[in-house]
Design a protein around this ligand. Structure first.
Ligand code: SF4
Ligand code: SF4
Length: 438
């Protein structure tokens, strides 16, 4: 089986730039939903004093994580905000006192077995930092540990521009490997594979040097073909295993974890400081001096641009994430989230939508889809409102990687249509289920 992909321009302009810390953030806006699952429950109110690392939102339900103060200061307001996805979520605004006082309760967690390890990861507030936002403690909370044959460490970072994971491997290799040792000790995992694209020479050198001194770790250098970091693609290309339709990596004995998430887990176990800041790649044609910036969670992205010499001109589009899968943000007030790994500001030329022409039946979209889906057929089924056909075409498997749109010579909005088609299919399946229960 061959999983397809495409060659994209790498534009890894910031790979050699060590991140600079953002120091002068006057106010942060911290949403309670920066993860997949139920929003955290706010436990502070306007006027409260808070310190760095203090819990301001408690985990609410199984699929949820706590949220912590990323600056010390005073809670200035508590209100709902609109996220870039259009979702309304509660958020805590904190006016910084500029002191960055650490909360008294911050201390390394006591970890001595698997249960306390999972609990510590839960308390840290960490989620998939590569952009997925899935609570990490849920991912490692496995009923039968013997089922885990290997952990695949996602260090592919296949999206153009983004280099924050690359910086983790260059700047924090100790933490990557300390987390691997913790995985061996508390979860009994014997095999770790670091999947990394071949365009990250320095990071590969460092990971290989550490792996040579560590039992059970293999560095797998993969071709730089997008979407190499897609979970199913990466699992296949590193282990040869095929995740079944609708299944999870665990169904084939694999846990996939992003390299920055992994390093953070070890850092938390050493310091006890929960997830309150993020290394973000700031790049794009509208940015004066692209860089990696370490920002408090909740800092407005405007502050990130200021730290990069400002914007050359009014951006036509700003994205959370890379140009292939990124989500457009409405304004520069938008906060840095836990899973924000990049903020890309594009000028008019870079952001200009291509001129769309009729489909010429070239088959490019089908040939380049990693899952051999039929984007052209999906678009047709969506346009004629045929949900049954969408089900038969397995649109639910689409990972929204954007390869089909990228290779389409007619510049059809294929990935955009797939997103809408997935919603249509979900509604259809839900109504079918409801009918069945009547
Ligand atoms: S966006 Fe979906 S349909 Fe298009 S190439 Fe990616 S997985 Fe295939
Ligand atoms: S790549 Fe574009 S033009 Fe070619 S078949 Fe697909 S939708 Fe049509």
């Amino acid at each position: 089986m061959k999983l397809h992909g495409i060659k994209v321009q790498h534009k890894k302009n910031t790979a050699d730039l060590a991140p600079a810390r953002l120091s002068d953030v006057s106010e942060v806006c911290i949403p309670m939903s920066m993860h997949i699952g139920k929003p955290a429950k706010i436990i502070v109110k306007r006027g409260d004093s808070v310190k760095l690392g203090q819990v301001i939102g408690e985990r609410d339900g199984f699929l949820s994580v706590p949220v912590h103060a990323s600056v010390s200061g005073t809670v200035s307001k508590v209100e709902d905000i609109t996220m870039s996805t259009g979702q309304r979520v509660p958020a805590v605004f904190i006016k910084s006192d500029g002191l960055n006082e650490v909360y008294e309760g911050i201390a390394p967690p006591e970890v001595n077995d698997y249960r306390s390890f999972v609990e510590a990861i839960e308390q840290s507030g960490v989620v998939g930092l590569g952009g997925a936002g899935f609570p990490t403690f849920v991912k490692i909370n496995v009923k039968d540990l013997d089922k885990i044959e290997e952990v695949v460490i996602n260090a592919a970072e296949c999206e153009p521009y983004i280099t924050s994971d690359t910086r983790t491997m260059i700047d924090k290799p100790d933490y990557v490997f300390k987390a691997i040792e913790a995985g061996k000790k508390y979860m009994g995992v014997k095999r770790f594979i670091i999947g990394i694209e071949d365009n990250k020479k320095e990071a590969i050198k460092i990971m290989k040097k550490y792996a040579e001194k560590t039992d059970g770790v293999e560095v797998k250098v993969l071709p730089s073909i997008y979407p190499q970091g897609g979970e199913k693609v990466l699992v296949y290309n590193t282990t040869g295993k095929v995740i079944p339709k609708g299944g999870l990596p665990l169904d084939v004995g694999v846990i996939v974890v992003n390299v920055t998430t992994l390093a953070f887990c070890a850092e938390y176990m050493e310091t006890g400081m929960p997830l309150i800041e993020k290394c973000v790649t700031v790049d794009g044609s509208a940015v004066n001096e692209p860089a990696n910036v370490i920002a408090p969670i909740g800092a407005p992205i405007e502050n990130l641009f200021e730290a990069c010499g400002g914007l050359k001109r009014e951006p036509a589009k700003i994205l959370y994430g890379g140009p292939m899968m990124g989500i457009a943000v409405p304004s520069t007030d938008t906060p840095v989230l836990k899973m924000t790994n990049a903020v890309i500001a594009m000028d008019e030329k870079e952001a200009a939508p291509p001129k769309t022409t009729p489909c010429i039946n070239c088959g490019n979209c089908l040939r380049h889809c990693p899952f051999k889906l039929d984007p052209k057929g999906i678009m047709h089924a969506y346009n004629i409102d045929d949900a049954e056909a969408l089900e038969a075409l397995h649109v639910d498997l689409c990972m929204e990687c954007g390869c089909c749109s990228y290779v389409c010579p007619a510049k059809r909005p294929l990935v955009q249509t797939n997103k809408l088609a997935k919603i249509k299919l979900r509604e259809y399946l839900n109504s079918k289920k409801e009918e069945g229960t009547k």
